[in-house]
Write a protein that binds this ligand. Structure first.
Ligand code: NDP
Length: 339
């Protein structure tokens, strides 16, 4: 059977905010499979903030996205042809399939394609709560913040793919959990559906002083652990309420992804409060993935871990949905549905 594959390529690098003109959709024929290869049809693409960093040429922890090639990214889908004994037609798989309908992968390469069991867990969740964002939440919370019962943990971008899992895992460990999110609707969801103790709408606070005052009310015992997804004013306000020996998991700083400066106004608080800051990249900690996925999978399968998705329809919608993610238009894990 021959397939035509629609793909989205990065065709230029943005300066500042990316735009639709940085992307181009094109059709190519799917080549014949060679021995050992597997052909996968993507059902969902994952859109993630890290993709913005990869659109730049500069040096970072990840290689830049090459120009005029399909956008890289995580996918879930189904095997539609196989010349590899380890994969059969119909297998559901997670991999790095990119922004396209089909991809071919060498099934023998370690870790590039994983079979998943979607009997009790929706397939799309393997890109969210039971995938890379979930493990990110698990790593930063468990390995860096390590909350003790009764401590206060704060997480920014709290309604999102990572933040929503951080808060629920922290609650399950007996912490007081406070989220920061943009807008009343997201904050209501964080408290009423996800079960956080409180949520502060940072958009209601124009400066550090005002946000700090709101955090004082939400966190009367100060802050022992902070899961950082945003940076800037939010980090400054959290630091102003940090307790002695508090821990900060430096996961992301989305407020600076388009090149905006993100100064820290009072770094002396790190010393005064003997704070620990630790940055991490989840893909550098593959050793913890099985343990984290086991816990996350069990929680999702039994309905104890809630998650929400923003699903845009069709490959052509991916660039617009990605630009929206960088502006907070998503509400939960941002996906593109292809099938
Ligand atoms: P989300 O689903 O949380 O979506 C991003 C959210 O960030 C938006 O919905 C928005 O929420 C918030 N946001 C966007 N711009 C701003 C801004 N200028 N100021 C404040 N908030 C903003 O994304 P993920 O859960 O996938 O990712 C969360 C963070 O985790 C990101 O920083 C990402 O880069 C990081 N990450 C790091 C990994 C690692 O290995 N270190 C791995 C995976 C993710 P709101 O409307 O509430 O403002």
């Amino acid at each position: 059977m021959s397939f035509i594959n629609s793909q989205i390529h990065l065709v230029s690098r943005p300066t500042g905010e990316p735009g639709l003109d940085n992307f181009k959709q094109m059709d190519v024929a799917v080549p014949e499979l060679l021995d050992g290869q597997v052909l996968v049809r993507n059902h969902y693409l994952s859109l993630d903030p890290y993709m913005r960093g990869r659109m730049n040429e500069g040096k970072s922890y990840a290689q830049p996205q090459p120009l005029n090639q399909v956008m890289l990214g995580g996918t879930v889908g189904e095997v539609v042809a196989s010349k590899n004994a380890a994969f059969s037609v119909g297998d559901q798989v997670v991999g790095m399939g990119g922004w396209q309908h089909f991809f071919i992968v060498d099934g023998g390469q370690r870790g590039v394609l994983q079979k998943v069991d979607a009997t009790h867990i929706p397939l799309s969740a393997f890109l969210g709560a039971v995938g890379m964002p979930g493990v990110t939440a698990w790593y930063g919370l468990v390995k860096i913040i390590n909350p003790q019962a009764g401590e206060t943990v704060v997480v920014s971008a709290a309604s999102g793919a990572v933040g929503s899992v951080v808060g629920q895992l922290a609650k399950a460990r007996g912490a007081q959990v406070v989220g920061l999110a943009g807008g009343a609707e997201k904050c209501r969801y964080v408290v009423e559906t996800l079960g956080f103790d409180a949520c502060v709408d940072y958009k209601q606070h124009a400066d550090v002083k005002s946000l700090s005052a709101a955090l004082k009310i939400a966190c009367p015992n100060g802050i022992d652990g902070y899961f950082e997804n945003v940076g800037g004013t939010i980090l400054d306000a959290v630091m102003s309420r940090a307790n002695a020996f508090s821990r900060v998991a430096m996961c992301g700083m989305i407020s600076g992804y388009n090149g905006e400066p993100i100064p820290m106004s009072a770094p002396q608080l790190i010393l005064i409060n003997r704070m620990k800051f630790e940055g991490f990249i989840v893909t550098e900690h593959m050793d913890v993935w099985p343990e984290a996925l086991k816990e996350l999978g069990a929680l999702v399968a039994t309905g104890r871990l809630k998650f929400r998705e923003s699903v845009s329809e069709g490959l052509a919608s991916a660039p617009e949905a990605f630009l929206g993610l960088l502006k907070g238009r998503n509400f939960g894990k941002q996906l593109v549905k292809l099938v």
